[in-house]
Design a binder for this molecule. Structure first.
Ligand code: PMP
Length: 305
């Protein structure tokens, strides 16, 4: 983290080193915060920075806030402007990760959502690769279950709920795997610790529906559109059984931080041939061009800074 850069905090841009909250803050004590994870990409040729689908990210953030009875004085358009202003302030010229958060900002104890002040904040950091093995990941089916929508809204990015993701991720990593496949309480594949899941079976791209306790991923949404429009693939949103991942022809995971990660082994069994397949390869390349504003057909997804 570069603490000499700026962050948006309590209504204005300040140095990240000055953006501090009390240890008695509700959002810290109870995980009553919601967040987003956006990326901005540096296009070397155009010498410009582009934020990828900020409207979608900030809309999902506000929706997460709605579920948690939060109110902030900004809409999606205000938040996009605020994002662009923050990025301009430090004249960033590299790939970035942005973390917008809404949190219950009052201090003191008392677990609830009502009668508490909400604050919006955002910091920016240089992007570091999220999954090292992104062309050849080995994943394990986690013994942890994905949070259910009736426990903590799974379609929201709620800070406290990420204890579930952290348990799955750490156990997978400590056991030597790159990532976890997390099942929901019905035993269906939901997602990774912070990534959505796709498999290819007999030329059909399959991903769990948004009603199977997944986060409604923006990378997922983008990949579905690219697969249909550019590859002419059949994309089916349906529940995936645990054993289907063993017999899939291809498997990959998607997320803002990780982008498209090829999964080539699940619990020591090869997926398909055991190396990255053609659909995954094509989607990875296409997605990288799109996020870097190199494909004019999808330029409405790129907001120039
Ligand atoms: N699932 C979870 C639990 C996540 O945290 C993320 C990362 N935001 C994703 C899926 C992928 O979503 P997106 O493509 O919008 O980053």
């Amino acid at each position: 983290m570069d603490f000499t850069k700026h962050a948006f905090f309590e209504g204005k841009n300040v140095l990240l080193s000055d953006a501090k909250i009390s240890i008695a803050t509700h959002g810290f004590l109870y995980g009553t915060a919601v967040f987003g994870g956006m990326r901005a990409y540096w296009n070397e040729e155009k010498q410009r920075l582009f934020v990828f689908r900020p409207y979608d990210h900030l809309h999902r953030l506000l929706n997460s806030g709605k579920m948690m009875a939060m109110k902030i004085p900004y809409d999606e358009e205000n938040l996009i402007q605020l994002t662009v202003d923050l990025l301009r302030l430090d004249n960033w010229k590299q790939d970035l990760y942005l973390r917008p958060t809404i949190y219950k900002a009052d201090t003191g104890i008392g677990v609830r959502l009502h009668d508490l002040k909400d604050e919006f904040c955002m910091f920016v950091m240089a992007y570091e690769p999220y999954v090292k093995n992104d062309t050849n990941a080995h994943v394990t089916v986690s013994s942890w279950r994905r949070i259910d929508d009736n426990v903590i809204p799974a379609r929201g990015k709620i800070a406290g709920a990420y204890a579930n993701s952290a348990l799955a991720k750490t156990d997978a990593n400590l056991a030597g795997f790159d990532e976890a496949v997390v099942l929901d309480s019905h035993g269906h594949v939901s997602e990774g610790s912070a990534m959505n899941i796709f498999i290819v079976r007999d030329g059909v791209l399959i991903t769990p529906p948004i009603t199977d306790n997944i986060l409604e991923g923006i990378t997922r949404r983008s990949i579905i559109e690219l697969a249909r429009k550019e590859l002419g693939l059949d994309v089916v949103e349906r529940s995936i059984d645990r054993t289907e991942v063993f017999i899939a022809d291809e498997m990959f995971m998607t997320g803002t931080a990780a982008q498209v990660v090829a999964v080539t082994r699940v619990d020591h069994r090869p997926v398909g041939t055991g190396s990255m397949g053609p659909v995954t390869t094509k989607l990875r390349t296409m997605f990288d061009d799109v996020v870097r504003a190199k494909n004019p057909k999808y330029s409405s997804w790129n907001v120039e800074v």
